[in-house]
Design a protein. Structure first.
Length: 261
């Protein structure tokens, strides 16, 4: 059992969660997974990504018997020092960040792909929510541009509620790479724009039988004005001026999902 707060295990986990966590995650290509639900989803859907599971006696009882993994029992004090949550559940895992390129995503999927691309998104809660929505509405992948929030930060992973291990996530996709991939794979580009003339429901129906990439912009600045994409408006019939990013993306992905059916 690990009982020392100065154990290398503690230091390694804290490095992935601390102020320099982005750098540590990028260098090690690993990230932290917390909560019983998320660890179960990780084990059930991506067991090959599991590097280490840390458990207190209470955490072991919650998780139940597991085998084939590097299991490290720790004291409650060590778990508290490791975790990023206020009330630790007694279990924590280190997982490998999957390596997948945009070209691999296109080649591995058959039929009309539906992808969601987020340009310079900054809010971790929004990022986790849109990953979860894309998973719920049957999208084939979520793409984040360079200069976006780290998709494997603790807050994003928690917000996705397990969807990290249900759907491909690709980071650092530049606009240039996106446009090139769209052209090579005959994918239509759509982007939300409050001033557009094309209604969302019409666009969703139009895109139902072909590959399409739906683009969502930065929370404050929206999307680049010169983006060569069809502009689509979400009809707002009430008095709200606009929708926030995560809500708008969820509405769009639902409409696309409904049109496909």
């Amino acid at each position: 059992m690990i009982t020392s707060l100065h154990s290398p295990h503690v230091e390694a986990v804290k490095a992935l969660l601390g102020s320099r966590g982005v750098k540590a995650r990028r260098e090690s290509q690993t990230y932290v997974v917390e909560s019983l639900q998320n660890i179960r989803e990780l084990i059930n859907n991506a067991p090959h990504q599991v590097k280490t599971i840390y458990l207190t006696a209470d955490g072991q009882e919650k998780l139940g018997p597991v085998s084939g993994f590097d299991i490290q029992e720790v004291s409650p004090e060590v778990m508290k020092a490791m975790t990023d949550t206020v009330t630790p559940q007694g279990l924590l895992a280190i997982a490998q960040i999957p390596s997948q390129s945009l070209s691999q995503l296109f080649s591995s999927q058959k039929g009309a792909l539906k992808l969601a691309y987020f340009w310079e998104i900054q809010d971790p809660g929004n990022a986790g929510t849109v990953i979860r929505a894309a998973d719920a509405f049957g999208f084939d992948g979520v793409l984040f541009s360079d200069k976006s929030v780290d998709a494997y930060s603790p807050k994003v992973v928690r917000s996705s509620a397990g969807s990290h291990w249900h759907i491909p996530i690709i980071e650092d996709v530049t606009l240039e790479a996106l446009l090139s991939a769209a052209q090579e794979n005959s994918s239509e580009l759509y982007a939300t724009d409050a001033d557009a003339d094309l209604d969302l429901l019409v666009a969703a129906q139009e895109s139902a039988s072909k590959s399409a990439i739906w683009i969502f912009g930065n929370e404050a600045r929206g999307i680049p004005r010169d983006l060569p994409a069809k502009r689509v408006a979400i009809p707002i019939n009430g008095k709200a001026e606009s929708l926030n990013l995560a809500t708008a993306a969820s509405v769009v992905m639902y409409a696309v999902s409904a049109a496909r059916k």
